[in-house]
Design a protein around this ligand. Structure first.
Ligand SMILES: C[S@@+](CC[C@H](N)C(=O)[O-])C[C@H]1O[C@@H](n2cnc3c(N)ncnc32)[C@H](O)[C@@H]1O
Length: 222
């Protein structure tokens, strides 16, 4: 009989418990997620973080197209979205990296993957703030050159494809059939899981004109 040490039994138990908890969204371990993908099954996680980059959220399934440290699922979400029954989806500084049509498809995929009553939280630059802080039609000379450069940079640098204005993003979320759409502020949410999740720096907007748009969209119950 091979001898089994108490320590190895304890470690094995801890691993099993962690795997179980991971699917409920309480711990982060990429192993069960990768196994679900190999089996071709839809991935069930409670909290999904899309376009995470290096901003890994503990207890969430972190998804990115780049295989960065801490990313649980490496996929191009415009090509596949193999998730279902999710309670919360969070995506920060990501949707502006999609063209408009891909953004619409992404939002539809999020709605499909959420469970009834599930919530999508989106944080993205505010076109109103970008426009009004970067460009003035009355500027001239060197200042006009600078502003022209800065506005184009905001639109196209860092892989940006489409910046949203508040009414467009809100109308789109409603048109896609989210039951409720609420504007929020950075870090704030009535949902404890979505409170304080933003990691990306703010650029100094004001309460009247925030630099970021934060929306929460809720899938209809039942
Ligand atoms: C500006 S970074 C934001 C990272 C992080 N969320 C933050 O707020 O700092 C955008 C991220 O989206 C990822 N990304 C871009 N296109 C993607 C796609 N089609 N599928 C999955 N991730 C994508 C990029 O690799 C990058 O990590």
């Amino acid at each position: 009989m091979p001898r089994v040490s108490t320590a190895s039994v304890r470690q094995s138990l801890v691993r099993r418990v962690r795997r179980g908890l991971h699917f409920l969204g309480w711990s982060r371990s990429s192993e069960p997620v990768r196994r679900a993908r190999r089996g071709g099954r839809a991935i069930e996680v409670r909290r999904l973080h899309v376009g995470c980059g290096t901003e890994i959220l503990e207890g969430w399934c972190n998804v990115d197209i780049q295989d960065l440290a801490g990313v649980d699922v490496v996929i191009d979400v415009t090509r596949e979205f193999p998730f279902r029954d999710i309670e919360y989806i969070f995506s920060e500084h990501f949707i502006e990296h999609l063209g408009f049509e891909a953004a619409v498809r992404f939002l539809q995929d999020c709605l499909r993957a959420l469970r009834p009553g599930g919530v999508l939280r989106l944080t993205t630059p505010n076109l109103d703030w970008v426009w009004s802080t970067h460009y003035s039609v009355n500027a001239d000379g060197e200042e006009k050159h600078r502003q022209t450069y800065m506005l184009n940079r905001a639109f196209y640098a860092w892989g940006h494809r489409f910046l949203f204005s508040p009414p467009l993003l809100e109308s789109l979320l409603r048109a896609i059939d989210f039951a409720r759409v609420c504007r929020r502020t950075y870090g704030e949410s009535p949902h404890a899981d979505l409170r304080g999740v933003e990691r990306h720096q703010e650029y100094g907007g004001s309460p009247e004109l925030p630099d970021l748009l934060v929306y929460e969209a809720v899938k209809a119950e039942g």
